[in-house]
Design a protein. Structure first.
Length: 244
């Protein structure tokens, strides 16, 4: 929707929204500087607009056709976004040898109990699948009820384990994201000189700022191409001076 800096907003706790202005660029609306009245927050747009510079150092992983050298580097330590219900990635077998006795395990706590799920693999391709990980005794578990995910590397031969990553996982509905990006690009497509690189820069920063600081960029590019947002996956994100 279109809003003015003089508009008064009513926001729920923890709510945020991205605002795009032709002169001031992208900004985020949050409740941090809003006044609380009961369980709701009220503020004028001009008082709660914050530049999106703080997320500039957020990164993606898997952009190049190389194997994952570090699981911590791939998943990050904040929010990792997965479009749809699963993501598959290739690991460096020198760093993470995989066999019947050596494998990766996802661990989290639900209702006070630790749940461990082995991550399936084929060759050096490991799959992080929501339906497999967030199911216990046939009952589905909402990822929103899990505070943090941990990834361990297990070696049964010597009974050793090593924690490789700890992060929050965010599953982004593919259809909803498609609608969001369609609306977003409807604004930017008014610029007739908008090429694939420019489009990619806009959707890249949107997903990073709204859904997760980390995501598999290679997978994201393929998804964008399959849904008609870009014509080629040979695109790169080049941060503006304000985002460096």
């Amino acid at each position: 929707m279109k809003i003015k800096s003089s508009d008064n907003l009513k926001l729920s706790k923890g709510a945020k929204a991205v605002m795009i202005g032709s002169r001031r660029g992208r900004f985020i609306l949050t409740t941090k500087r809003a006044k609380k009245k009961g369980t709701e927050f009220y503020a004028f747009v001009k008082d709660v607009v914050s530049p999106l510079k703080k997320n500039a150092k957020a990164s993606t992983r898997g952009a190049e056709d190389t194997d994952v050298e570090s699981l911590k580097g791939y998943f990050g330590d904040t929010d990792f976004a997965i479009i749809g219900k699963k993501v598959a990635f290739n690991v460096n077998l020198s760093n993470y040898p995989l066999s019947k006795t050596k494998f990766l395990v996802c661990r989290y706590v639900y209702n006070g109990k630790a749940i461990n799920k082995k991550l399936p693999y084929e060759g050096n391709t490991v799959t992080f699948d929501r339906s497999r990980i967030f199911t216990k005794n046939g009952t589905k578990i909402s990822p929103d009820e899990v505070e943090q995910i941990e990834i361990y590397y297990f070696d049964r031969s010597n009974r050793s384990s090593r924690k490789e990553a700890a992060f929050n996982v965010v599953f982004v509905d593919s259809d909803e994201l498609k609608n969001e990006l369609t609306e977003l690009l409807a604004i930017y497509n008014k610029d007739k000189n908008l090429n694939d690189n420019a489009k990619y820069a806009h959707v890249y920063t949107y997903v990073r700022d709204v859904h997760g600081k980390y995501f598999d960029e290679k997978v994201f590019k393929k998804w964008l191409k399959a849904n008609g947002f870009i014509s080629s996956t040979d695109v790169k994100f080049k941060p503006q001076k304000s985002e460096k």
